[in-house]
Design a protein around this ligand. Structure first.
Ligand code: WT7
Length: 679
C-alpha cells in the first residue's frame, strides 16, 4: 500500500454506521447547508430546552463592509449545557450507572471510574460551593489543573451556574496564567497541589502562586483560590511535608509553606456537607459558555468565546457522526482538557452523547513505550483520538511495542492538530489499527469549536493526509490572493462562507480584533489562516498556516509572542523567529537573535534565552535553535523577510526573489553562522 492509494470505509464499520455511504452524507450535507435552520433545528429538538428557540433560528453577518460581524444561533432559547450532558442522561436516558470516565493516572495502577450519576452529584456539589463563594452567572473563573476528574467537575460546575470558565493548560507558565487571568478579569482560580508528568513533579500550586503574585502587582489581586489535593489525596502515604517515615517515593509539594490562609481554600474542606443537588442557572443559547485562549499573530493571546447552545449541539453532533459513536463504545481522546480538543471531545461532545471515555493523566511513553496500547487493551477502547505528533513519537519505537497488545477492540482512529504526513498516517492505519480501522483526519481550530473538515468513518473514502470533506453545515472555499473563489483543483486560502453552530462569537473584550483577524482580509468569509489545496476529486488538503503562526506538536504558537519573550533579555536587540521542520513535533522554533553592541553570543546565552521563553510562555514553546544574527534580512520598509530566514534555517540556498531586500550582505553572514548554531 502506498500513500497515493485510497482507503474505502471498511464494511464492518459501514454496516452499522449512522452515515453509511457517501450518498447519505451528501444528502444530509446538502440539506445542512441549504436549510441550516431546519437541519440544526431538528437536532436541537433532541436536547432539553426550558424555552425552545424561537425563530429566527439563525441570524448573522459575515461581511465587514455591511456592518458589525455577528453570529447568533437559537437566541432566545433557554437551556443549560450541564443539565443536558448530565441530568438528561441520568434522568431521561437512564444512564446513571453508566461509566462516564475511566480515569487512568500517571502511574499504572493508579485508576478509578465515575458513573454519570456520581459525576452529576459531584458537579452539583461543587456548583453549590462556587455559588457559596459568590460566583454568579457571567463571572469568569480561571481553572489551572492537571488531567483529573475534578477538572471536568470544575468546568461543568461553572457551566451549571452560568459562570464562564477559562481553562489554562497546566503546562503554561505563571506569566501566561497571569496574562489570561487579567485579560478575562477572573474572580476566582481553581488549581491543584501538583502532579507528576512521568517522573517529574510539577509544583502547580507554586506556579499558580507566582501567577497570582504577578496579578496583584498588576493591580488585579485575586481574592479566592480553591486548591484540589491531588497528590496528597491519600494522607496516610504522604503528609505534605515529605518527612514521613519511610519517606514517600513520590513526594508532594510542601503545601504548608505556600498556603495563604486569607485566599487559599482546600477543595475537600469546601465540599464537606454540601448538597449533591443544585438547580441549574437557565441560560440563553447565546450566553457565553467559556473563554479559551489561543495564540494570536500580534503576540497577545486571543480569548476565543463560545456560547452555550450552538457549541452544545455542534460538539454533540460531530462527536456522534465523526467517531460514529454507539452506546457500547469506549472512547479515548488523548488531548489535554486545557486545549479545545479536550473541551469539545473529552468533555462536552462525549458527555452529551452519554459516552464512556478514558481520561488519561500520564504520558504516552511512561513508564514504558507500550503505555498507550496497554491502556487501549485495559479498557477495550473502540474509538481512539490522538495527534500526529504522538503518532510520530510512538512510530519511532517501531511496531513491536504496539504488537505486544491485541488492540482488537479498536474500530475507528482519529487524528487532529496539524497536517498528518502520509508516512505517519500509514503507520497509524497499518500497525495501530491493523488495517481494520478507518482514520478520521479532523481539521478544525479553537475558533471553529468542532470538526469542520473531516471524513465520516462509515461513509468517506479516505486519502492519507487529506481531511477530505466538510462536515454538515460547513461551506469551505479556496480563495486566491485577490479574494476570488477558485473552482475545481486549486490551492489558496481556506475560508468558510457561512457559520455553523459552534463558530466562535467574539474575542473576549475585543470584538474589533475578532473582526480584523478573521473577517477583514476577505469580506464575506471567515478566514482560517490555513493554506489549502483541493484535488481533482474535490478532497481538501491542509497545507499549513499561512500567517505568522506555527504549530509545535499540535499547539499553535505565534512567532511574535516568542520574539517578544526573547527581546526581554538584556543582551538581545532584535529577534526573528521562524518555523522549522521537526521529525516528531512537526514544526519547531528556530530563532535568530541580534545582540546589543558589546554582547557576546555564547552557549550560556543561548541556554538563558531558551529558559526565558520557557518561563514566559511554557515548556512547549522552548526553542530548538538559537542562532546569532548580526543582521536580519529586511525589506527597505524594514519588514523582516521570514521566508528568507526559513530557507537559511534549512540551509536552502535557493532563496527565490530577494530583490526587495535592503542589504544582501547579511545573507552570507547568516548562512555562515548556521554552523555556530547551538542545539
Ligand atoms: C490549527 C488550529 C483543533 C484542535 C487542535 C488545534 C492546525 C488542526 C488539523 C488537521 C491539518 C490541522 C491548523 C489549524 N490543524 N487540525 N487535521 N490537519 N492541520 O487547535 O490550537 O486552534 O490550532 O491547527 O493549522 O488552523 P488550534
Amino acid at each position: 500500500m502506498s500513500a497515493s492509494d485510497i482507503y474505502p470505509p471498511p464494511s464492518e464499520v459501514s454496516i452499522n454506521a449512522h452515515i453509511n455511504s457517501y450518498e447519505k452524507y451528501k444528502e444530509l450535507y446538502d440539506k445542512s447547508v441549504q436549510e441550516p435552520s431546519e437541519f440544526w433545528g431538528e437536532i436541537a429538538n433532541s436536547f432539553y430546552w426550558r424555552v425552545p428557540p424561537p425563530p429566527p433560528f439563525l441570524r448573522y453577518n459575515f461581511d465587514v463592509t455591511k456592518g458589525d460581524i455577528f453570529i447568533e444561533w437559537m437566541k432566545g432559547g433557554v437551556t443549560n449545557i450541564c443539565y443536558n450532558v448530565l441530568d438528561r442522561n441520568v434522568h431521561d436516558k437512564k444512564l446513571g450507572d453508566k461509566v462516564a470516565f475511566y480515569w487512568e493516572g500517571n502511574e499504572p495502577g493508579d485508576s478509578m471510574s465515575i458513573t454519570y450519576s456520581e459525576l452529576l452529584g459531584k458537579v452539583c456539589q461543587f456548583a453549590n460551593v462556587l455559588r457559596a463563594q459568590g460566583v454568579k452567572k457571567g463571572d469568569r473563573v480561571s481553572i489551572y489543573m492537571p488531567m483529573v476528574i475534578e477538572l471536568v467537575v470544575a468546568m461543568l460546575a461553572c457551566a451549571r451556574i452560568g459562570a464562564i470558565h477559562s481553562i489554562v493548560f497546566a503546562g503554561f507558565s505563571a506569566e501566561s496564567l497571569c496574562e489570561r487571568i487579567l485579560d478575562s478579569h477572573c474572580s476566582l482560580l481553581i488549581t491543584a497541589d501538583g502532579f507528576y508528568r512521568g517522573d517529574k513533579l510539577i509544583n502547580l500550586k507554586r506556579i499558580a502562586d507566582d501567577a497570582l503574585k504577578k496579578c496583584t502587582e498588576k493591580n488585579h489581586p485575586l481574592g479566592k483560590c480553591i486548591v484540589l489535593r491531588h497528590l496528597g489525596r491519600d494522607d496516610s502515604v504522604c503528609d505534605g511535608t515529605n518527612k514521613t517515615s519511610p519517606p514517600c517515593k513520590r513526594p508532594c509539594p510542601d503545601m504548608q509553606t505556600m498556603w495563604n490562609p486569607s485566599r487559599d481554600q482546600w477543595w475537600h474542606d469546601l465540599i464537606k456537607d454540601v448538597s449533591l443537588e443544585c438547580e441549574p442557572e437557565w441560560c440563553d443559547a447565546e450566553d457565553e459558555l467559556f473563554i479559551l485562549y489561543t495564540s494570536g499573530s500580534t503576540g497577545k493571546p486571543k480569548g476565543v468565546v463560545h456560547t452555550v447552545g450552538g457549541y452544545m449541539i455542534f460538539t454533540a453532533t460531530t462527536f456522534q457522526y465523526v467517531f460514529d459513536y454507539h452506546q457500547d463504545d469506549v472512547y479515548w481522546c488523548t488531548a489535554d482538557i486545557g486545549w479545545i480538543t479536550g473541551h469539545s471531545y473529552l468533555t462536552y461532545g462525549p458527555l452529551a452523547n452519554g459516552a464512556t471515555s478514558v481520561l488519561f493523566e500520564g504520558l504516552p511513553i511512561y513508564p514504558d513505550i507500550s503505555r498507550m496500547w496497554q491502556i487501549i487493551d485495559k479498557y477495550n477502547v473502540s474509538k481512539f483520538y490522538t495527534a500526529p505528533t504522538a503518532i510520530r513519537l510512538l512510530m519511532k519505537y517501531g511496531d513491536e511495542p504496539v504488537e505486544r497488545y491485541s488492540r482488537k477492540s479498536l474500530k475507528v482512529l482519529g487524528t487532529v492538530g496539524e497536517p498528518i504526513n502520509p508516512e505517519a498516517w500509514l503507520w497509524y492505519y497499518n500497525v495501530v489499527g491493523g488495517k481494520r480501522c478507518p482514520i478520521v483526519d479532523t481539521f478544525w481550530q479553537t475558533e471553529t469549536g468542532g470538526h469542520v473538515l473531516t471524513p465520516l468513518p462509515g461513509a468517506t473514502v479516505t486519502k492519507p493526509g487529506s481531511a477530505t470533506f466538510p462536515f454538515f453545515g460547513v461551506v469551505p472555499a479556496i480563495l486566491n490572493e485577490s479574494g476570488e473563489e477558485l473552482e475545481g483543483e486549486a490551492e489558496g486560502y481556506l475560508v468558510f462562507k457561512q457559520p455553523w453552530p459552534a463558530l466562535m462569537r467574539t474575542v473576549y473584550g475585543n470584538h474589533q480584533r475578532f473582526e480584523t483577524t478573521y473577517f477583514k482580509k476577505f469580506p464575506g468569509y471567515y478566514v482560517t489562516g490555513d493554506g489549502c489545496k483541493r484535488d481533482s476529486d474535490g478532497y481538501y488538503w491542509i497545507t499549513g498556516r499561512i500567517d505568522d503562526m506555527l504549530n509545535v506538536s499540535g499547539h499553535l504558537l505565534s512567532t511574535a509572542e516568542v520574539e517578544s519573550a526573547l527581546v526581554e533579555h538584556s543582551s538581545v536587540a532584535e529577534a526573528a523567529v521562524v518555523s522549522h521542520p521537526h521529525p516528531v513535533k512537526g514544526e519547531c522554533l528556530y530563532c535568530f537573535v541580534t545582540l546589543r553592541d558589546g554582547h557576546e553570543f555564547t552557549k550560556t546565552l543561548s541556554d538563558q534565552l531558551k529558559n526565558l521563553v520557557r518561563e514566559k510562555i511554557g515548556p512547549i514553546a522552548t526553542p530548538d535553535y538559537i542562532q546569532n544574527a548580526p543582521g536580519l534580512p529586511k525589506t527597505r520598509s524594514g519588514k523582516i523577510m521570514r521566508r528568507v530566514l526559513r530557507n537559511i534555517a534549512k540551509n536552502d540556498r535557493d532563496l527565490g526573489d530577494i530583490s526587495t531586500l535592503a542589504d544582501t550582505s547579511v545573507i552570507n553572514q547568516l548562512f555562515e553562522n548556521r554552523c555556530q548554531t547551538v542545539h
